[in-house]
Design a protein around this ligand. Structure first.
Ligand code: ATP
Length: 131
């Protein structure tokens, strides 16, 4: 199967830089699966599970916002935060999820809905990455 280069960069590290066969991620426009020779696009990355398909295996990572650029032979993900499953504290993610859900259910006029929704997405991305 044809491969392409996947580069995942965060402000503090080169998170991943290898040849892969497919990558799945979520953008503000919806979920996408990218193979080699995909039509070029640039999109806003939203908190999600990044699924990296490489030599018959799937590696999962949580990514939390940024930008994705798709070219014919290269995909670049510039993420604010990227975490491998073993880097994720499940209890902390569960607590963040409960906090965000409570805020969203409270209908309190002081609640910043957008911020709570984003916190919920980050916690779900983490929990689905360790799943
Ligand atoms: P919390 O409310 O628990 O702080 P958050 O979603 O607001 O979660 P972020 O702003 O996404 O946290 O991340 C801040 C820093 O904390 C980052 O370095 C991130 O990797 C780390 N972090 C957040 N949650 C977890 C977690 N569950 N496990 C490991 N690292 C985490």
């Amino acid at each position: 199967m044809k491969t392409f280069k996947l580069l995942v960069n965060t402000p503090d590290r080169v998170f991943y830089h290898e040849d892969v066969t497919m990558v799945e991620l979520a953008t503000s426009e919806g979920e996408i699966g990218v193979y080699a020779d995909h039509i070029p696009l640039t999109a806003v990355l939203v908190p999600c599970v990044l699924r990296i398909h490489q030599e018959g295996e799937v590696h999962k990572a949580a990514v939390h916002g940024g930008i994705v650029e798709v070219l014919k032979d290269k995909v670049t993900v510039l993420a604010e935060i990227a975490e491998w499953p073993e880097e994720i504290d499940v209890n902390r993610a569960n607590e963040a999820k409960i906090r965000a859900e409570r805020l969203l259910a409270s209908h309190d006029s002081c609640t910043d809905i957008g911020r709570a929704e984003l916190a919920l997405k980050r916690s779900l991305a983490r929990l689905n990455t360790v799943d």
